[in-house]
Design a protein around this ligand. Structure first.
Ligand SMILES: *Cc1c(COP(=O)(O)O)cnc(C)c1O
Length: 390
């Protein structure tokens, strides 16, 4: 070939770096276009095969690596990444539900999942019905011939009820209904969804896997090839691409996942135990504590606990007072999400959120970060004193 113009040379370099480079971190592969060796390779490439690359949206070595590692953690075989936890939930619904189908969701389900189900009902001809999270085997009465999917969440991420997953999965299996589990609270470490009979495990990687409060990402894990293929079709059709840099951030923090999770767990139990002894607090809604509905299921099925729990303030405190409590905390940020190093605290108007909520008093949710728990307790003690003083 004749010597190329500079403008072409800038684009088509002949340089190839030396082979044999090795390092612990996964490489960050940025790609929309994926190059084929020749036309024959292009024609034979199948995007569903994770051993062939066809287009950036369908996977790169970076995303395949994270998917494989997440599947390992959950005890599954296949995984798909999505741009957020909510996108993973939507991918599951669009893959498995069609017009005329029915889906069941717990009354304490992650709010945007509930909102999505309302949209499915309003515009897509899919009925979505809410069930009592403590329903257990009673879910049998709700299953209709057109019920295709049961969402579960263990525990509910605001009111913290721990469902009887074994009972729900047992009934679902007999009836041929798929069960999806939002396993974010346990990070895939403290609850083995597949061992209990769950078909699809969903993770908001935004939380513990990322650990840095800086990434939005989600995942669906399965251990059934046919189910994985149905999810893959939705992944492709909905264009669920994730960025290589975000994927790298999650991969980078994965080796410390269990150390961080265990530290969150220990600190949260210490803070929760301290709150349990306080006269301002009527209930500690932490799965490892007896106040929490479904505590017996946590004892039976879980090997640990996350850093997220809620408390109920005595009803003698007005919302104005509990808001002041949250506002005056110095070490707790006011914000959604969790799983990062920083502690968070947020009040919920739970009575307005739930149809059958029977408890009185303001619900306040704590995400215990990685600070020293004694400093967090001192901060809470200061804020409680300020709240009661006026
Ligand atoms: C945060 C969260 C999600 C959604 O994750 P995003 O990445 O924020 O969309 C889903 N379920 C639970 C329980 C969560 O806490």
């Amino acid at each position: 070939m004749t010597k190329k113009h500079l403008q072409t040379q800038i684009i088509h370099t002949d340089y190839v770096p030396p082979e044999g480079f090795a390092a612990f971190p996964s490489a960050i592969h940025h790609a929309s276009t994926v190059l084929f060796k020749n036309v024959a390779a292009m024609r034979s490439g199948d995007w569903k095969e994770k051993n062939a690359y066809t287009y950036g949206l369908h996977g790169t070595p970076t995303t395949f690596t994270l998917e494989a590692r997440l599947a390992e953690i959950e005890g599954g075989t296949h995984c798909l990444l999505a741009p957020s936890g909510l996108a993973a939930i939507a991918m599951c619904d669009f893959a498995l539900l069609k017009s005329g189908d029915d889906v069941l969701l717990p009354d304490n389900v992650y709010g945007p999942n509930r909102d999505l189900s309302r949209w499915l009902t309003a515009d897509f001809g899919i009925t979505a019905r809410l069930y009592d999270p403590m329903i257990g085997a009673g879910i049998e009465q709700l299953i209709q011939p057109n019920t295709k999917l049961i969402w579960t969440e263990a525990p509910g991420s605001v009111s913290m009820e721990v469902p009887d997953l074994r009972a729900i999965c047992g009934v679902a299996k007999r009836k041929g209904v798929l069960v999806a589990l939002d396993n974010t609270w346990s990070a895939g470490l403290a609850l083995r969804g597949f061992d209990l009979g769950v078909d699809i495990v969903m993770q908001a990687l935004t939380k513990y896997q990322s650990g840095g409060s800086d990434v939005l990402m989600g995942a669906l894990v399965t251990r059934d090839v046919l189910l994985h293929e149905r999810l893959s079709m939705a992944h492709m059709r909905l264009g669920m691409g994730v960025s290589a840099d975000d994927t790298y951030l999650v991969l980078r923090n994965l080796p410390t996942l269990k150390l961080r999770f265990d530290a969150h767990d220990a600190a949260a139990r210490k803070v929760a135990a301290w709150l349990k002894a306080r006269p301002e607090i009527t209930k500690v809604l932490h799965p490892a504590f007896e106040d929490c509905p479904g505590h017996e299921h946590w004892k039976r099925d879980f090997t640990g606990a996350g850093g997220l729990f809620s408390v109920l303030f005595d009803e003698r405190f007005t919302e104005e007072q509990t808001d002041r409590f949250v506002d005056s905390l110095k070490l707790f940020g006011i914000g959604y999400s969790w799983g990062g190093a920083h502690s968070l605290c947020i009040p919920y108007r739970i009575q307005a959120m739930r149809k059958h909520w029977k408890e009185q008093g303001t619900l306040v949710r704590f995400n215990i970060g990685l600070e020293d728990p004694d400093d967090l307790i001192a901060d809470i003690e200061m804020a409680l004193a300020g709240m009661a003083a006026r």
